[in-house]
Design a protein around this ligand. Structure first.
Ligand code: CA
Length: 714
């Protein structure tokens, strides 16, 4: 008798009925991807898995794995690599459950790989329309999935939250998370699952939306609650007590037209003991505080950390990092929960380094500020008053004082952006991917609201870069990237590493005394967690921004990097990124000790300019062309038509492309990601843009030709 027949006979004896043999053969040995809250809470019992976005609910991004250590990390080589579909920015943190990696790429495409070999298991494309990129600030990026009870959840760029069957990636349910389908609500963040509910926020604060977080039943997709972060129309009753409180901190009703902002586009954390869910809230919409709220009031809950009851969405406490926010100072940045000894007392803390440049340590039981210090140069506030918990403004960044443009530090890219930090309980240090940036902001006299979805409306003039390459080089040198090993108790760096450019990757700390990070210049690196000594570095072909993860399969430790340059920094300020010699490339690169796989050579941008026709527009027309370009095109193709290597650099357009330029602007390339501007631009406008691009191509040509050597002196 065969084993299955034996089992069937045994079951017949026990149950009294015979099960069909086929049913027994089809029965899986264990449910797939059966992640539960209890499993996440006890994640340290199974350090070989990476069960939720920050590995644990406290989002420390620390792994107890220590097969790879400061002693042997030099032996890390590539175990496997897989190319993703679209070469735009890659920001996902993979989830790894029982030997399967679930991750995402551009356009919210979900991939399941065998975590040991990289073999593709399934792929789900939510088919986000390819020309949707212009409806978000920062490209069609996605920061990963959540996995729960056999389902994989992804927030699609167009605002859908989708549940997939973890076994084969088939869609189970899909909900539209948008409050108003006529507004540019996007999703780039990773969902979290807490107490059987999937939590997701949105992006869109540059496009006039009202922010909120929504909870959906993880099994059915049925909405269970929504927490708004800014008030709605003051002529209607507030939705709840929290909105009643928030409304008192706004003036007039300017924000109603502009949405208010406060999008919850990235960070969340959860403390199961306190049963508190922490959410990070984004900037005001528009940026311009005058248009939004007559330049008055704190504007709750912009730029705040808010604690909620996860079952009901009920407000518990908040801490506002930047009252009356006017510089795109989101507090959506990564939050880490930890228990620290502060002045001899154990404190349950929440740590955040938001865009505004201060590192905050809060008591997470009640939101009390414990300390806050600058981690990068800051000019908008001198310090945080510990009595009131409020910043003391300097006035230096106040663009509403009638004195015109103000240089703001940090810039709208932040002293720290979405790239996740990590906390090592052994060293007590937070590994923070920081950056020193500054930018000019100038208020518009009247809001120049363009009634189309794919144009940023911030009530400020588009901060532009000068065209002069020498000046740009100077600015580029003042924009620096840093890895800070931040001591949250002493509020200062224990060690730091300087990088030549901003926008370096998220970090991972491990029990092997290691900190892993991807870099903007296209490397995967590891430092000693205690001293900062560089121990390992490998090229990965493209800028690596996402937070790396580590896991084991059959006892062997892997370290995975999601690679792919992109997002707001290279797309908008391409001139300040690395000169774009290397084209962006999106892939997973996974390492193990003794790995021997190699990468294909990196893709280089065209070495020479194609033949250029003569510019016929006069200087005044070219100036209009520049304003139009920087307002409409620069969000992807880069200010002054200099790209950062992700979206095509238009100065390299061939004569053939110039001939079909109008068609491309009017929608011929929507399938490849270029939105149609036919509704907004007349053919004459498009020709002005084309003339400006030609002008910039000629300027590049002049730069590339070495200056003729001076004649020998007589
Ligand atoms: Ca923003």
């Amino acid at each position: 008798m065969k084993p299955l027949q034996l089992i069937q006979r045994a079951l017949t004896l026990v149950l009294g009925t015979a099960l069909p043999l086929a049913a027994l053969q089809a029965a899986p040995s264990a449910p797939k991807a059966w992640v539960t809250g209890q499993r996440i809470q006890q994640a340290d019992k199974e350090p070989g898995n990476w069960l939720s976005h920050g590995r644990t609910y406290d989002e420390q991004r620390y792994s107890p794995l220590k097969q790879v250590t400061d002693g042997n990390v030099k032996q890390l080589g590539i175990a496997w690599t897989q190319k993703l579909d679209w070469d735009f920015g890659v920001e996902a943190t993979p989830i790894v459950v029982d030997g399967v990696m679930y991750t995402t790429g551009p356009y919210s495409i979900v991939y399941a790989f065998d975590a040991a070999t990289g073999k593709p298991l399934w792929r789900f494309d939510p088919e986000v329309p390819r020309d949707k990129g212009g409806e978000g600030c920062c490209s069609v990026v996605n920061r990963g999935v959540a996995v729960w009870e056999g389902k994989v959840y992804v927030g699609a760029f167009d605002g859908r939250l989708i549940a997939l069957d973890a076994r084969h990636g088939k869609k189970l349910w899909s909900v539209d998370t948008r409050l108003d389908p006529n507004k540019s609500y996007t999703i780039t963040g990773a969902p979290r699952v807490v107490k059987g509910q999937v939590l997701i926020g949105n992006g869109g604060a540059e496009f006039g939306v009202r922010g909120y977080l929504t909870a959906y039943d993880a099994r059915s997709g049925k909405p269970s609650w929504r927490f708004f972060t800014v008030p709605g129309d003051p002529s209607k009753p507030p939705e709840n007590e929290a909105m009643r409180m928030a409304l008192k901190t706004w003036d007039g009703n300017g924000w109603v037209k502009w949405g208010g902002g406060g999008t919850v586009w990235d960070a969340m954390a959860y403390d199961p003991d306190l049963d508190l869910l922490y959410i990070g809230v984004g900037n005001g919409s528009p940026f311009n505080y005058q248009f939004r709220s007559n330049g008055k009031g704190d504007n709750l809950f912009l730029s705040s950390i808010v604690a909620l009851r996860p079952s009901t969405g009920e407000y518990v406490w908040h801490y506002q990092t930047t009252p009356g926010e006017m510089w795109d100072y989101t507090a959506t940045q990564h939050m880490i929960l930890a228990d620290l000894q502060i002045e001899g007392k154990p404190r349950k803390v929440l740590m955040q380094a938001p865009k505004n440049g201060f590192f905050y340590v809060l008591d997470r039981t009640n939101g009390q500020l414990l300390s806050a210090e600058k981690f990068v140069p800051v000019n908008w506030a001198s310090h945080i008053d510990m009595k009131t918990g409020r910043p003391v403004l300097t006035g230096a960044a106040n663009y509403l004082d009638g004195q015109g443009m103000k240089i703001v530090m940090p810039s709208f890219l932040g002293g720290h952006n979405w790239q996740p930090m990590s906390y090592h309980p052994g060293t007590g240090l937070v590994y923070l991917p920081a950056q020193e940036t500054a930018a000019g902001l100038e208020p518009q006299k009247e809001p120049m609201f363009l009634p189309i979805r794919n144009v940023v409306n911030i009530g400020l003039d588009v901060p532009s870069l000068p065209e002069d390459p020498a000046v740009v080089k100077q600015i580029a040198q003042s924009w620096k990237g840093k890895l800070l090993a931040w001591d949250p108790i002493k509020q200062k760096a224990a060690w730091q590493v300087d990088y030549p450019t901003a926008w370096n990757g998220g970090t991972l700390a491990t029990a092997g005394n290691l900190v892993f990070q991807g870099t903007a210049d296209g490397r995967a690196v590891a430092y000693a967690a205690d001293t900062g000594k560089l121990l390992w570095s490998m090229p990965v072909n493209s800028g690596a921004m996402a937070g790396p993860v580590t896991y084991t399969v059959k006892g062997e430790q892997y370290v995975a990097f999601m690679v792919g340059w992109g997002g707001s920094f290279p797309n908008i300020t391409g001139q300040l990124s690395l000169g774009a010699k290397v084209k962006a490339e999106a892939r997973v690169v996974t390492f193990k000790l003794g790995g021997t796989t190699t990468l294909p050579p990196p893709k280089m941008t065209a070495a020479a300019l194609p033949p250029l026709e003569t510019v016929t527009a006069d200087a005044a027309t070219l100036q209009i062309g520049r304003t139009m370009f920087n307002g409409l095109c620069a969000n992807c193709h880069g200010l002054n038509a200099v790209s950062g290597g992700v979206v095509p650099d238009l100065r390299y357009l061939t004569p053939e492309k110039h001939q079909i330029f109008l068609g491309i602007v009017y929608g011929a390339r929507t399938a490849r990601g270029m939105p149609a501007f036919s509704g907004l631009l007349k053919p004459d406008d498009v020709e002005v843009l084309r003339q400006y691009i030609l002008h910039r191509a000629h300027a590049l040509k002049a730069e590339l030709i070495p200056a003729a050597s001076p004649p020998p002196s007589p």
